[in-house]
Design a protein around this ligand. Sequence first.
Ligand code: TYM
Length: 340
Amino acid sequence: MTQTNFTPRVFSGIQPSGGLTLGNYLGAIKRFVDMQGPDFETVYCMVDLHAISVWQNPADLAHNTRELCAGFIAAGIDPTKSILINQSQVPEHAQLGWVFNCVARMGWMQRMTQFKDKAGKNAQNVSLGLFGYPALMAADILIYHATHVPVGEDQKQHLELTRDIAAKFNHDYGVDFFPMTEPVIEGAATRVMSLRDGTKKMSKSDPSDASRINMTDDADTIARKIRKAKTDPDALPSEAKGLESRPESRNLVNIYAALSDQTVDQVLTEVGGKQFGEFKPMLAELAVSKLGPISAEMARLMAEPDEIDRILTAGSLRAREITAPILRKTYDIVGMVAPV
Ligand code: TYM
């Protein structure tokens, strides 16, 4: 289905449930910055309601929300161009989330691999919110009638569910109200892997800090983690095909490509034939030169939390100009009587 009748609008979100990793930066935030511009209205969100689907210490949640906002801005999200919000302050997300709880089917939710991974063997003891999470995520997107959602590879299934929910709502109520949102999963680093195990995603919840690069790591830490990253003994190939069965090596090349805005093939033209002893310092230098200024700017912004709060307040007011009429219309379609 074409989306010509909807304003081109980007929405995406990140959980303030811990520090930002290089995976969040390359898979998401850097892409958010790329999409900012004349082609789209852009809305970026700290999804604090999602975060509490697993226990969050309240003070940490508040700190992580502000730090995430600082990370967005330091990486290049301009609050005068994009709407920056924390989810809880735009109540229409949760309100539409309830409607979608009543649209989504149990069977759809039970297929969500991220729920199965997160719940593990403990499925009877996790929160109901963790199970229902993807319906709220669909509401985050569709309360803006967003047409495009930039995310990393791990969110693909949730975006398919978002389309299923939109289609079922439109079908059940006989309307063409919610758009079929396009996932935007592009670039060299849609799935940044752990530095210790090339078959596992780089994640803030990995118990090993050496498995990831945090956006707040200093230059020495970044260089040390890259030096110690797992690799194999072979030299780098000169074509992407040569990385196929070498997950750790492919990961480091993907990171290099994404940080330097090149394709993997362009990188391999430059570094093919080199040993990791030579490539790792090149990668470390590149990572420090790209991430260092972002973490310095984050620290500067974090020293002015009132300014961050002002940005979020302004963002929520602008967001509600979009979300309030869409919720009102949704309620109308569903048959909720509104006081006159
Ligand atoms: P979250 O907070 O786990 O991750 C935020 C974004 O970072 C991407 N990402 C990665 N990309 C590449 N490699 C990695 N190792 C890596 N780790 C994380 C994720 O794909 C994501 O784009 N459910 C979402 C948050 C959310 C959302 C939304 C996203 C809530 N509502 C609406 C888009 C639209 C989540 O938990 O992302």
